[in-house]
Design a protein around this ligand. Structure first.
Ligand SMILES: [Zn+2]
Length: 631
């Protein structure tokens, strides 16, 4: 469950800038009759098209009824040119730097680019296509170059440094001081103090990384789509419910496959939800293999060469910036502060996780043996037998739970209800705001005093053109400077019911909704003057606090009773079933949490090496790290 905070464009300013400005130095007046210097009047280009001005829709919501795909690229190009001119004007202002003419001016800069990128970034993540991907690939390096030219603009940095060095005398309010400190620190962290030759090297590396990372994301989405498992017989799907089989048949029709074909699309992360119910071992293995190898099949979606190059360049970048590793660079402005703290925290879990895994594996293998199986459990089998074991130990069947989790009830009577009870918020669905996909719904959020607080979009179902996972982001940031209210969205990847089937989700899905809505609340309840520090623009490892906190309200008895009702009968979820869910909540965590912790440790290890480190290949390096983790 990642949160997806788009780059704040004022954070672009934060992150820094380039400038090609004409000198504004004025020669000392040697003439007998000094002439007053002309007033400083920098020329800022004007944008054109739909993103040039704020949307006229309520909350400045993006007008998807008018936005065309052909609008994005020119708007991004113009937005970059305008932001560069604005930053150039700030950097070359002949007046001495003040908070207003430097920091405030930076916060106000780049509004057109922010507008277009918030919308464009939302769509390339949640509803992309080949054309948008191509635009993304062309524009991402330009945006990175602009960001670098701001960060590495010596004149701009000089002004900010002057303010920072004199911050105690400026009489700044706490939020102004915070803004200045973050901006200064960020520029220093990102190379503002480097000599010119190293600035050039850094710019080159950042440009390459930007292209490689865009390519990685696109290959992963494509590999996930192409990795869908196609089966030719219904028998291979034994164990699935009628709704799941109908969805698999529809997915095959949608892909133009012949009748009697079934498609199981891949979901994000290695584990596939259907693995827990497929009784046919060969189908389980085929599905797991497809998922496991989605981006290492040696085809056009293979990401291994990209991973090596990205890791190599990140290590080099960190070295240039004076850090031992990319992880050290990346964590230096987070709450964890350094990789040792992060790795230490995660490694501390391993003994307990390992013991739990071994205990559960022994029980699963005993079950397989008792059923006459001649094999021991593999990752492809684990979820299937874990589910059986869960039923045996706790008499809990996931299929008993889903009828009580109809998605609209979970949202309106659960997620919204909790926010109402806690913060007094109320919600009203509206149909007059254009959306980017028919599955998206929109609500106005009202504050406790009845005033309009925010706009909230909800995009629940998995699509082949959506990145994996679940996330929150903004179309519009809250900030008093521009007088804007937050326009926030949640994107999930739940399995869409076949037409005519009820929209039932799993217990974990419902938990994900509460989680992502915690991020949404963080964005919606923001009350800041400056966009760079508004909403979820906080330290990355703090940003998960509001979401984790909000998850806990799902099982609060009053909340649960309000939303968990049988979709047909309206009967509340039986107390006995709730008790079983709670009792079983720590079951299988050795495996489930073990996978998450291991993935995080792999990631930290990829980024904890010094520049020039020889990984010896993706599979070899990960094998080596994994061997080192064995408890
Ligand atoms: Zn999160």
């Amino acid at each position: 469950m990642r949160t997806f905070t788009l780059v704040s464009l004022s954070a672009l300013a934060l992150a820094g800038c380039a400038a090609s400005s004409a000198s504004t130095d004025t020669a000392p007046a040697a003439e007998a009759t000094p002439v007053a210097a002309p007033p400083y009047a920098p020329v800022i280009p004007k944008g054109t098209g739909i993103f040039a001005e704020a949307s006229s829709l309520p909350f400045q919501a993006p007008d998807f009824s008018k936005i065309q795909e052909s609008d994005y690229e020119p708007a991004i190009e113009q937005g970059i040119a305008i932001q560069l001119a604005e930053v150039d004007a700030i950097a070359n202002n002949p007046e001495a730097p003040t908070f207003e003419n430097t920091m405030l001016a930076l916060e106000k800069s780049g509004s057109m680019l922010t507008r277009v990128l918030y919308v464009f970034g939302a769509l390339t993540s949640a509803n992309t296509n080949d054309n948008l991907d191509a635009i993304d690939a062309r524009t991402a390096p330009k945006i990175t170059a602009m960001r670098d030219s701001i960060t590495l603009n010596g004149k701009l940095f000089g002004r900010i440094k002057t303010l920072y060095d004199n911050r105690a005398q400026l009489g700044l309010a706490p939020d102004q001081l915070q803004l200045l400190t973050l901006q200064y620190d960020s520029m220093v962290r990102n190379g503002a103090n480097l000599p010119d030759a190293q600035k050039a090297q850094l710019t080159e590396i950042n440009g390459k990384l930007s292209s490689l990372q865009t390519d990685f994301g696109q290959k992963l989405t494509k590999g996930t789509k192409d990795g869908a498992l196609v089966v030719k017989s219904k028998a291979a799907l034994a164990g699935l419910g009628a709704g799941e089989i109908a969805a698999a048949a529809k997915a095959a029709t949608d892909r133009g496959l012949p009748a009697d074909s079934y498609v199981l699309p891949l979901q994000n992360t290695t584990q596939q939800p259907l693995l827990s119910s497929l009784t046919n071992r060969a189908t389980r293995q085929a599905l797991f293999e497809k998922s496991w190898n989605r981006s290492e099949r040696g085809d056009a979606s293979d990401t291994r060469a990209l991973i090596m190059e990205i890791a190599r360049l990140r290590a080099e970048k960190a070295k240039l910036l004076g850090f031992d590793s990319y992880a050290a660079y990346s964590l230096s402005d987070q709450m964890a502060k350094d990789p040792k703290a992060a790795i230490g925290l995660l490694e501390g879990f391993i003994p307990a996780l390992g013991a739990a895994q071994k205990r559960d594996a022994a029980e699963i293998n005993a079950m397989i043996k008792a059923e006459g199986g001649k094999f021991t459990v593999t990752p492809a089998d684990w979820d299937f037998y874990a589910e059986k074991l869960r039923k045996k130990k706790y008499a809990l069947d996931a299929n008993q739970v889903k009828p009580y989790l109809e998605i609209t009830s979970v949202l309106e009577n659960g997620v919204f209800f909790a926010a109402n009870q806690l913060y007094g918020l109320t919600f009203k669905k509206r149909t007059d705001i254009p959306v980017y996909h028919p599955d998206v719904t929109v609500y106005t959020v009202y504050d406790a005093d009845g005033s309009e607080l925010a706009l909230f979009y909800f995009d629940p179902w998995k699509r082949d053109n959506k990145s994996g996972g679940a996330w929150m982001s903004n179309f519009v940031d809250q900030n008093a400077l521009a007088g804007t209210k937050p326009v926030v969205f949640n994107v999930e990847n739940f399995t869409k019911p076949a037409p005519g089937q009820p929209a039932l989700i799993t217990w974990d899905d419902a938990n994900t909704m509460f989680h992502e809505f915690g991020h949404a609340l963080h964005g919606m309840l923001s009350n800041q003057r400056y966009p760079s520090i508004s909403g979820t623009n906080t330290a990355r490892d703090f940003v998960e606090f509001p979401s984790q906190f909000n998850e806990n309200w799902m099982t609060e008895p009053r909340v649960l009773a309000n939303f968990a009702k049988h979709y047909k009968t309206g009967a509340p979820m039986p107390a006995e079933l709730v008790a079983k869910i709670e009792k079983a909540s720590t079951f299988n965590q050795g495996y489930a949490l073990g996978e998450v912790i291991t993935a995080a440790l792999l990631d930290l290890n990829w980024h904890s090496v010094p520049a020039g480190y020889d990984f010896g290949g993706v599979n070899a390096y990960e094998g080596k790290v994994m061997a080192g983790l064995k408890s």
